[in-house]
Design a protein around this ligand. Structure first.
Ligand SMILES: [Mg+2]
Length: 374
């Protein structure tokens, strides 16, 4: 089998948040890639949480041509070809997104070629994965936040994640001081805990926007509310500062959704910086590299989980490997995938049930893709 076409599209996908009870609209930027073979199979991959156009350009002009004519089943060989072309001096950035999207399309082809879903190809550890909802968006006012959480609990989710530290150290000039932001975060968490009771799992995510003093202060204030985990509290996922924070707080620390290089996870694990690592298949070098990270974490007796959304791809990693745990249902990212993949599986009773559909089981609506081209 040979690759005969690699084609990426930058997409702008309108996303509404009616399910959370608010009239708020955003545009999700996503890069979609199709990899076609001479046998007629087409693999579908995506990447996101970055600008879509430069990634599509990198795929169409650099990485696509580098794998043209090669056997799509040789995912290690192709990954290394792409890695040495896109990141020859150990850069990461857009290159990691572009490699991820193509790598996922290759795994989709592999699944179709063998008539197996990806989660079974990589090990089939479980056929159902728990899913938690990221619904605590910073654009919600306090009343809207409580209403949004009530709604996701009614949908069957047992756990929620709330954005904190937004804006944090990223936009200091035009916004309130970070101390004021984290005071407000703590008050909102207290309100959710009070309104929803002790059983709801509440996690928080600063999206690498706090320095150590601010993250420490927030931990000290919210530890009393039984926080499930604190995701990416520290600027740049600074490994030494994460380790320092983890020594100081009882709240479990997680990180890794936007990392491009596997050794970053080694350093987190070696330094005792995290309780759970969060490689994301649409960003962290695709399924090929996330399997390396999952294996490395397993050797540290450490679990992996999904941050950064894209549940329909990440559910395969979390279901496939022994140390997989939960998938994130981020309403922006999940809704964007539902728009382009009309048959995408959905959550029920706080879980995603794996299917026997070959590959990732995701086929885009081509008319929808065209209408959303950026
Ligand atoms: Mg996150």
């Amino acid at each position: 089998m040979k690759i005969v076409r690699v084609e990426a599209m930058a997409l702008r996908i309108p996303v509404g948040f009616e399910q959370l009870g608010v009239d708020h609209k955003e545009t999700a930027a996503l890069t979609y890639v199709a990899v076609e073979t001479d046998s007629g199979l087409i693999g579908h991959g995506i990447t996101g949480i970055t600008q879509a156009s430069p990634v599509a350009e990198a795929i169409n002009t650099v990485l696509g041509p580098s794998v043209m004519g090669l056997d799509p089943l040789l995912h290690e060989r192709l990954w290394h070809i792409m890695n040495w072309i896109a990141t020859p001096w150990a850069q990461s950035g857009y290159a990691s997104h572009a490699i991820s999207a193509i790598d996922l399309a290759l795994w989709d082809i592999k699944g179709q070629a063998f008539g197996e879903p990806v989660w079974r190809l990589i090990g089939g550890a479980r056929n159902k994965v728990p899913v938690y909802a990221t619904c605590g968006f910073s654009f919600l006012d306090d009343d809207q936040l409580v209403e949004a959480v009530r709604r996701v609990v009614a949908m069957g989710f047992a756990g929620i994640k709330m954005q904190v530290g937004r804006p944090g150290r990223d936009e200091r000039k035009s916004h309130p001081p970070v101390e004021e932001i984290i005071r407000r975060d703590a008050a909102r968490i207290a309100r959710i805990r009070e309104a929803l009771g002790p059983d709801l799992e509440i996690a928080v995510d600063a999206g690498v926007r706090l320095d150590l003093p601010a993250a420490r202060k927030l931990c000290q204030t919210i530890e009393q509310y039984d926080i499930a985990f604190f995701e990416e509290p520290i600027l740049q996922n600074d490994v030494l500062l994460l380790a320092q924070l983890r020594r100081e707080t009882t709240i479990p620390i997680t990180a890794g959704q936007n990392e491009g290089l596997a050794y970053r996870f080694r350093d987190m694990l070696m330094a005792g910086a995290v309780d759970i690592v969060q490689p994301n298949v649409i960003i962290t070098g695709g399924m090929t590299q996330c399997l390396r990270v999952a294996g490395m974490a397993a050797a540290f007796n450490t679990m992996i989980s999904n941050g950064g959304g894209a549940p329909h791809y990440n559910m395969h990693l979390q279901a496939g490997v022994q140390n997989g745990t939960a998938v994130e249902w981020q309403f922006n990212s999940a809704t964007a995938c539902e728009v382009i993949f009309p048959d995408a599986p959905t959550h029920k009773d706080g879980a995603l049930v794996m299917t026997d559909a070959a590959g990732f089981g995701l086929v885009p609506d081509s008319d929808v893709l065209k209408s959303l081209a950026a």
